[in-house]
Design a protein around this ligand. Structure first.
Ligand SMILES: CC(C)(COP(=O)(O)OP(=O)(O)OC[C@H]1O[C@@H](n2cnc3c(N)ncnc32)[C@H](O)[C@@H]1OP(=O)(O)O)[C@@H](O)C(=O)NCCC(=O)NCCS
Length: 392
């Protein structure tokens, strides 16, 4: 009989084998994979071991995600890789399902990931629930910018104030991360070690907005900009940042940045030649249905009661009937109810994030409820289209 173990790598040898498999999975040298995995923290690495042989593993990145204006604990999954010689025998499926059960034990309500292939993650209860969008602006076509606030280069002592501006900005964008150290580092330092340049917009020495970016020299002498982080807390800061970006136009043609699809700055272009693309879809797993529904924020003007019946073949405690009461933007969940709204835990993910309305899910046969209940669902889960600005 084969013996399988899922957990944190126990020895340097297990960590090195994991790095070898992850390196081979993503086209990265083993040393570079070791450094990458170490950056996420040794306790956040997971392996699946069979008869003392590491079959593969992944990273679990602890952070949070904003839905309805409230941050909910979320574990990001990254670097899933199986030994190229041992694929197709269910190792990744076991790894993912075990990790979901671990997250449930640790009371983490959500998990998200960028899938290379979706069927694998669907088997663990994930579903497509949003996108990472990238806008490309032509610097000389930016209009509406004004140098209203003074700007200066950011310094390390600005970091706490910058994070407050980010939190406020992210709160109103469904799906954005409450970043942990792993993602914050990625907004500042590229894989090759180069640091992003940062500038802050100030009012009476208080930071109201900021932008961090890498420059990308082109063959024709232009220097494009890849913005890795940008946020503002006031309309004046938004216009100031836009003016700052426009001020780069003598040498910069394209400015690329990740944003929500309804980003306000995009409405301030002179012409239509801006480009917004969904670069990657992301998947969400509702690990703890009751905790997630209670932790999410809801539209202020909506109140009512919904009774769910959920199926889940990985997490037993998610199965069954329960009732959600929403009032003044807050949800409260109780056991039991009539089960007037029936769906799988997978179908719940795009509803929860706002990626699909109840009506869409019902059209696709992924949600069963009367038209009256579906209309009620759509009021409760209404909100901006979900996005993410960070890759992990
Ligand atoms: C994707 C990967 C992790 C799957 O590992 P695995 O142990 O072979 O997966 P499983 O045997 O559990 O298969 C689960 C499902 O994943 C999908 N899958 C597996 N290997 C796949 C591959 N090479 N390409 C596309 N889909 C694949 C299939 O849908 C499979 O189900 P099916 O065989 O019934 O169609 C592995 O191929 C790998 O390490 N790939 C390179 C790195 C990568 O893409 N990682 C995912 C990053 S999000």
């Amino acid at each position: 009989m084969t013996r399988q173990r899922y957990g944190i790598p126990r020895t340097d040898r297990e960590r090195e084998t994991l790095a070898r498999h992850v390196g081979a999975s993503f086209g990265v040298a083993t040393d570079a994979a070791l450094a990458w995995l170490a950056k996420a923290g040794l306790d956040n690495q997971r392996v699946l071991v069979e008869d003392n042989v590491v079959l593969g593993g992944m990273l679990m990145v602890p952070m949070g995600q904003y839905f309805g204006g409230r941050a909910i604990a979320m574990t990001g999954i990254a670097g899933v890789g199986i030994d190229p010689a041992r694929r197709g025998s269910g190792a990744a499926t076991t790894l993912m399902r075990r990790s979901i059960q671990e997250m449930r034990r640790l009371s983490v309500p959500l998990s998200a990931l960028y899938p290379a292939t979706a069927p694998l993650y669907r088997r663990a209860g994930y579903e497509m629930a949003g996108g990472l969008y990238r806008a490309t602006l032509i610097a000389r076509e930016i209009a509406g910018g004004e140098r209203l606030l003074p700007m200066r280069e950011a310094s390390s002592s600005d970091e706490a104030a910058i994070r407050r501006v980010y939190a406020r900005y992210a709160t109103s964008r469904n799906g954005w991360l409450e970043r942990g150290p792993y993602v914050w580092r990625r907004t500042r330092i590229k894989r090759d070690g180069s640091r992003a340049r940062g500038y802050v917009a100030l009012r009476d020495r208080r930071i109201e907005g900021y932008v961090f970016y890498h420059q990308d020299p082109q063959a024709d002498g232009d220097v494009d900009m890849d913005v890795t982080d940008l946020a503002y807390a006031t309309p004046e800061a938004a216009r100031t940042l836009l003016a700052f970006l426009a001020d780069q136009r003598s040498i910069t043609e394209a400015i690329r940045f990740h944003c929500s699809p309804d980003e306000g700055l995009l409405s301030l272009m002179r012409e239509r030649r801006q480009h917004l693309e969904r670069r990657f879809p992301w998947m969400l797993r509702i690990v703890d249905v009751r905790a997630a529904l209670a932790a999410r924020g809801y539209p202020m003007g909506v109140s009512g009661r919904l009774s769910f019946e959920v199926s889940d073949d990985v997490v037993a405690s998610n199965r069954g009937r329960f009732t959600l009461d929403v009032d003044k933007g807050v949800g409260c969940v109780k056991e039991g109810g009539r089960g007037a709204l029936r769906l799988s835990v997978r179908a719940l993910a795009p509803l929860f994030s706002g990626h699909h309305s109840g009506r869409r899910l019902a059209e696709m046969g992924q949600l069963q409820a009367s038209p009256r209940i579906v209309a009620q669902v759509d009021g409760m889960f209404a909100g901006p289209a979900p996005s993410l600005a960070d890759f992990f």
